[in-house]
Design a protein around this ligand. Sequence first.
Ligand code: SAM
Length: 346
Amino acid sequence: MRKLIDKLSNAHTLTAEEYRSLLLCEDAVTNSYLQEKAQQTTITRFGRNVFIRGLIEISNRCRNNCLYCGIRKSNTMVSRYALSRETILACCREGYALGFRTFVLQGGEDLSQTDDWVEETVRSIRREFPDCAITLSLGEKTKEAYQRFFDVGANRYLLRHETFNETHYRVLHPSEMSRNHRLQCLEWLKEIGYQTGTGIMVGSPGQTIDHLVEDLLFIERFRPEMIGIGPFIPHADTPFANEPAGSIDMTLKLLSIFRLMHPSALIPSTTALASLSPDGREQGILAGANVVMPNLSPSSVREKYSLYNNKAAFGSEAAEGLKELEKQLERIGYTISYLRGDYNYV
Ligand code: SAM
C-alpha cells in the first residue's frame, strides 16, 4: 500500500483498482503515511500558509429540490432571504478591512437574482475592489451568463458535480436535474477561463466506494483548480433527515488523495468538516487542505443559510473570528496568508 501512495505522490495518478484499494484500506499506519505525504506535499508547494476566502451567502432561495439540501425549494420551514447588492458590498468592505482578498458569493439558484443583477453586482465589486478575486458559486447558468459574469470581473467558479455516477446522481436529485448538464456547466466554466472548482459530498446517501473511484477518476481528468469536499450532513427538514452523516476519516483520506493527485490545487478545509467535529478544520489542514472560508454574511441571515443541521457559522468559522482562527492554526503550526491565493500562486 505504501508503494501505491508513493506512486500517487510521484506520478499523480493511479488506476481505478489502485484507488479502490487505497479507499478500502483500514490500516492506521498506511493511512497516516498517506496523510503525512499529503501534508508534506502541501507544505512544499505552499509553505505552512492557509489562504482565506470571505464567504457571502447571498440568497437561500432556490428553484432546485436537491434531496440533501436544507434550502431546497420544497422546504417550507426555511425563512427565505436574499441580500441586496448594497448589503453584499457592505460585506465585502467589512471583509476587505479584515484582510480578505477573495470574496465568494454563494447562493441558491434564486430567480429573482437575474443574470443582469449578478452581472451588475460583480461589476460593482470589481470596480470597488480591483485587487480582489471574485468567486461565484451560484449553480447552473447558461454559458452566456457565465461569460458575462467573467467579462465583468469574476475569476473563479465553484460548482460541485456532487457525484459522477449517473444513477447515484438520480438518487440525490429530482428528475429535472441532470448530471450531464452539471458536467456541461463545468466544461463551459473551464473553456471561458474561470479557475474552476468541483467536488463531492462524502457519504451522501447511496454512495459506494465504486462511486468514489469514479469521482476520483473524473477529478483526475478534469483537473479543477479547486476541489471542494466535505462530509454529507443530514438536515431535519429534507427527505434525507434520517440518513447518517458522512465519515470524517473518509473525507480526510480523500482530501489527502486529492492533494497528491493535484499538488497545486486549492483545497478548502470545509465548513461541513468543522461542523461535524470541533477540530475538523484543523484535521482538514493536516490532511492536505490549504484554504478556509470564514463566513462574511450578515450575522442576521447566517442561521437561515442552513444547508444541514448544526452548520458552523460563528466563532472561528466567522470572518470576525479571524483572531480565533489564527490561534487555532498557530496551534498546529500554520498561519493565515492574506494573499489572493490564485491557482499557481505561491
Ligand atoms: N446552488 C449552488 C450549487 O448548487 O452549487 C451553490 C449552493 S449549494 C447549497 C453548495 C453546496 O452545499 C453543494 O454543492 C453541496 O455539496 C453542499 N451541501 C448541500 N447540502 C448539504 C448537506 N446536507 N451536507 C453537506 N453538504 C451539503
